[in-house]
Design a protein around this ligand. Structure first.
Ligand code: CU
Length: 168
């Protein structure tokens, strides 16, 4: 738990990040919202989430993730369906999350991050694609996955934040 809190405060130093461009013809917005509370020896609570979680888009659409969480950074990280945590155990021990954060911060959390990890082609289309979202910021990218595919994504910092993008 302490690791999570330290990580969150370090990531809060990350500057605003904008990626890609807004498509005039078609774009969608996902709100990144919620709160969290930690009372030592009493409670841990978080409602941080993507709203909506499931999204259905046409291939080529630009999606913007707009955060109203002013103190928390997030990531939008495409992962294999089988790597999406489904239990509290998996949330607090998430190997794919650790790998994503190591790739965003190759020189440690106190040094400038790599704001975009790109696997596959340009845009969001493959496992390994990941966008860093600064506290209170927004980030956009084009959904380039082929029609008929479904992307599973999560926040590598708060892995219960999970979404899907069904592409048609
Ligand atoms: Cu998050």
């Amino acid at each position: 738990m302490r690791r999570f809190l330290a990580l969150a405060s370090l990531l809060a130093l990350v500057g605003a990040v904008m990626v890609g461009s807004t498509s005039a013809s078609s774009s969608r917005t996902v709100r990144v919202t919620g709160t969290e509370q930690f009372v030592p020896n009493a409670k841990i609570m978080a409602t941080l989430r993507f709203a909506p979680g499931p999204l259905t888009v046409t291939s080529g659409v630009t999606v913007t993730w707009a955060s109203d969480t002013l103190t928390e950074p997030h990531t939008i990280s495409v992962v294999a369906a089988g790597d999406v945590p489904t239990s509290i155990d998996q949330i607090f021990n998430c190997p794919v999350c650790n790998a994503i954060l190591a790739a965003h911060f190759p020189n440690g959390f106190n040094n400038p991050p790599v704001p975009v990890l790109n696997a596959g082609g340009a845009g969001l289309d493959a496992v390994g694609d990941s966008l860093l979202l600064a506290p209170g910021g927004s980030v956009s990218d084009t959904i380039t996955a082929a029609p008929g595919s479904k992307l599973h994504y999560l926040c590598a910092i708060h892995p219960w934040m999970q979404g899907t993008i069904t592409v048609h």
